[in-house]
Design a binder for this molecule. Structure first.
Ligand code: SF4
Length: 409
């Protein structure tokens, strides 16, 4: 539960004490995290937070930073929710509303395989058939009772093209996840926030029943029960307080400690977009984003993969690397970021050059992380496990053949 009264900002001396303890213990607890969050506006305190987070990251990952080469497949941009910041979701009848046919999925995946991609990110709106009769009819004509059932076929189609699917379909039931598991290397759902306030009138999630934090936490737990490698994260700047951000990180940590299936935590800044109800809400500064990457690292500990999308902070890659980030996430040479279409991916060569100039070593991973590929084969369906043997090198990273093509990109 988030604290009701904001913590006062700490002095630099107090901040340094809190940080030393957090790095030595491998975790940062609620009260000190809220106190350090209150101090992020002070450049000296923020500098100390970043330095401690980098120390923690090096204890868990050395100088390694990873990324995945992916293709983004927006299976359908129809959605039953209406989040205050979203331009991805379209209404039926909108000229840009689209649901991919299986043949189109196969065609995009074939191009992606030729370009050396190993991950197909299947991303879509949440249960659009519940809100849109025309989508129900679209599914019915093709023999599917739900979008989730269609997604199983979409995942199978992508997998059979020779690429590893990672599905992010909003809130799914445990049965739906179990049906998707044989064709997906991993799945994901951004927890975004544990703030119930944002579901109230004028909140970012008022019109979004699937953004109920309890439902999303339950899905994380059910994915844990199924042993699915799972991606989560928080969305910064949609109206939540510092205490609610800390609470979100602590809930993510508790889920990870209970189930062990969370493979990464994404720290994603909200970008205001024209045409949305939140178009006038300012974006976080790069310094704030880096401060929260650092706090995520300190709360979650040295071994967690902490990710920030490079296209959302293109001027601040070095700042993020210095804040304890260990992964850039999926970067696509083929497709745009359909969630943030205004934010192009950096070229892979630029990402590599800037990562290495900042003292880190960039390596390509698969949609799943090397340590799970090598040490936890039980996380994967036998079919996926067999495919991983073909995709991965002995350490669990993407095979050199793929990496060579990547470096040539
Ligand atoms: S953010 Fe996701 S759940 Fe919300 S409206 Fe957009 S597609 Fe739907």
């Amino acid at each position: 539960m988030a604290s009701s009264l904001p913590e006062p900002p700490p002095t630099l001396a107090v901040a340094e004490l809190l940080l030393r303890e957090a790095v030595d213990c491998g975790r940062l607890e609620r009260r000190p995290a809220e106190s350090l969050a209150a101090g992020l506006g002070d450049p000296c305190v923020r500098g100390a937070v970043l330095e401690a987070a980098l120390d923690s990251k090096r204890r868990g990952h050395g100088n390694l930073v990873t990324f995945s080469r992916n293709v983004f497949l927006p299976i359908t941009n129809l959605c039953r929710d209406r989040c205050g910041y979203c331009t991805f979701a379209k209404l039926p009848g909108d000229p840009s509303a689209k649901t991919y046919e299986l043949e189109e999925i196969a065609s995009v995946c074939a191009s992606a395989v030729r370009a050396g991609c190993t991950e197909a990110l299947l991303c879509l709106g949440d249960k659009p058939e519940l809100a849109h009769r025309s989508h129900r009819e679209w599914l019915r004509q093709r023999g599917f009772a739900s979008t989730a059932a269609y997604l199983v076929e979409a995942s199978r189609t992508a997998f059979e093209c020779g690429i590893l699917p990672h599905t992010n379909a909003g809130v799914l039931s445990i049965e739906e996840m179990a049906a998707l598991r044989p064709w997906n290397a991993s799945m994901g759902l951004m927890l975004e926030t544990t703030s119930e306030r944002l579901r109230q009138k004028r909140g970012a999630h008022y019109w979004a029943p699937d953004k109920d934090p309890k439902r999303r936490i339950r899905m994380h737990e059910e994915a844990g029960e199924l042993g699915i490698p799972f991606t989560t994260g928080l969305l910064l700047g949609i109206g939540e307080t510092d205490a609610e951000r800390v609470d979100t990180l602590l809930v993510i940590r508790a889920i990870f400690e209970n189930y062990g299936h969370l493979q990464e935590c994404i720290v994603q800044p909200f970008h205001p977009k024209p045409g949305t109800s939140m178009h006038g809400v300012p974006a976080l500064s790069n310094e704030d984003v880096a401060g929260w990457v650092a706090l995520a690292r300190l709360v979650l500990g040295p071994s967690m993969n902490v990710q920030a999308p490079p296209n959302l902070s293109p001027d601040a890659l070095e700042l993020l690397l210095g804040a304890g980030l260990s992964d850039w996430g999926g970067v696509s040479p083929l497709t745009i970021d359909f969630i943030n279409p205004e934010a192009p991916w950096p070229a892979l060569r630029e990402l590599e050059a800037r990562t290495e100039a900042a003292g880190s070593r960039l390596r390509e991973r698969l949609p799943v992380y090397p340590r799970d590929v090598v040490a936890r084969p039980e996380l994967f369906d036998p079919r996926i496990r067999e495919a991983l043997r073909r995709f991965a090198d002995a350490e669990g990273f993407a095979r050199p053949r793929t990496r060579d093509r990547l470096e040539a990109a």
